[in-house]
Structure formats: structure tokens, C-alpha cells
Design a protein around this ligand. Structure first.
Ligand code: MD6
Ligand code: FE
Length: 220
């Protein structure tokens, strides 16, 4: 890494390489994606060019504050009819863009590092957070096999991950997620409630005021 690059990303480095345990089968791998950003970023632009980020509507009829898109065989969608995975983009009718090789490799490697070997994600949800955007506490339960973990990659400005228990009312820990961090949860922790606190104004050299999240799952 040259001195300019080192300086640009110095804010992201203090924890890099460490692990923050969240539960018996949940961990944040600090900085795990940092060395891969140069491959992830242009691949992300290609995905967004073909399947633009858009604000979906919740089953309750509200626009989500976080616009999303997908790549891979299946994509997570929300509408008045509910949450579901589907093989086509509801806006265009086209199949979702294929999952870039750099995405798939990162998801597999992070899952293995967290103890989940042979993870084969077929869905990658991409979320874009701007200041004030948030995700309320929820469980991920639209997938077929809860034996498969979830891998969640953070890029850009910091977020506070709300990490709850197995019941909605359980107290949620507040865990910072920084550029390059990868959270993995599965097994006994697969159905833990989680969310993202409202994003604060900040600046990042790669993303400006934004946080980008990729969430990988084996959905089908
Ligand atoms: C995140 N996203 O954006 C975590 N779950 O950091 C999620 O947990 C999530 O964006 C289910 C459906 C959509 C999501
Ligand atoms: Fe989730």
C-alpha cells in the first residue's frame, strides 16, 4: 500500500484483522473486505447500472428509507404483497445481474473464516444508506434453510449495528460497523433480531456520505 492509499484509509485500519464476537456463532471480522474493495467497487457499479437501487414499499405500504437492489440468482424484494425472493427484477422484468466473482469469493471466504464452510450464496442484497436512513429490528426468515449463515459487508461511512436476541423485546447491543467490516451470523444465532441505527452525517473517501451494505444469503 502506498502512502497516499494508507492515509486515505487510515480511519478504517485500527481494528483491521481483529474479531468482535457477537454470539456463539456470530462474529464481526474487522477489515476483512478492505483488501478487496478495489475489485468490489467497480463490480458494484456494474450491478447498479443494470438493476438500479430503488425504494421498495413495505407490506404496510411505507417506502423503505434504504433503497436496494440485488445480484445473483435470487433477489430479496418487498411489496404490498409481502417479502419474497424472486429471480427477476420487478421493475424491469429482467433476471438480476449475475453475482460478480469478487462478491462470491468474499462471501465464501468470510463464511469459512467464521466457521461456516462451503457457503454457496445465491442471493446478494445491496443496500444504500444516506444520513438518517435506518433499518428497524427484524429477523431474516424469508430464506428456505436457516442452517445457512448470513454474510453482511459494510463499505463507506460507519453504522451502528443493532444486535438483539431471539425475541423482539430482547435488549439490543450497539456494535459499530466500519468500512471493510464483515459480519457473519448463523447456527444458534441465525434468527437473532438485528437492524441499523439511523446513519449519521459523515464523509468517506470512497462513498461520500453513504454506507453501502451487501448481504449474502442462500435463499433458495
Ligand atoms: C444491513 N441489512 O444493511 C443489514 N435484512 O447492514 C439487513 O439486515 C436486511 O437490508 C433483511 C432484509 C433486508 C436487509
Ligand atoms: Fe436482516
Amino acid at each position: 500500500m502506498n502512502i497516499v492509499t494508507a492515509d486515505l484509509f487510515a480511519d478504517d485500519l485500527p481494528l483491521a484483522g481483529s474479531r468482535t464476537p457477537l454470539g456463539p456463532q456470530a462474529v464481526v471480522l474487522r477489515g476483512f473486505a478492505l483488501g478487496r474493495v478495489a475489485a468490489l467497487w467497480p463490480a458494484l457499479q456494474q450491478v447498479i447500472a443494470r438493476a438500479p437501487l430503488r425504494h421498495m414499499v413495505t407490506p404496510g405500504g411505507q417506502a423503505m428509507s434504504v433503497p436496494l437492489t440485488n445480484c445473483g440468482l435470487l433477489g430479496w424484494t418487498s411489496s404490498r404483497a409481502g417479502y419474497r425472493y424472486q429471480g427477476t427484477d420487478p421493475d424491469s422484468g429482467l433476471s438480476w445481474p449475475p453475482m460478480p466473482g469478487a462478491f462470491l469469493a468474499l462471501a465464501r471466504d468470510a463464511a469459512a473464516e467464521a466457521g461456516f464452510e462451503r457457503f454457496e450464496p445465491d442471493a446478494c442484497l445491496v443496500n444504500r444508506y444516506r444520513p438518517g436512513a435506518r433499518l428497524t429490528l427484524h429477523q431474516d426468515r424469508n430464506e428456505r434453510d436457516f442452517g445457512q449463515p448470513i454474510v453482511s459487508v459494510s463499505l463507506g461511512v460507519p453504522a451502528v449495528f443493532l444486535w438483539g436476541g431471539l425475541r423482539r423485546g430482547d435488549r439490543a447491543a450497539r456494535v459499530p460497523l466500519l468500512h471493510g467490516d464483515v459480519a457473519v451470523w448463523g447456527g444458534a444465532d441465525r434468527l437473532r433480531y438485528h437492524g441499523i441505527a439511523p446513519i449519521r452525517e459523515a464523509a468517506h473517501p470512497l462513498t461520500g456520505c453513504e454506507r453501502i451494505n451487501f448481504t449474502f444469503r442462500k435463499a433458495g
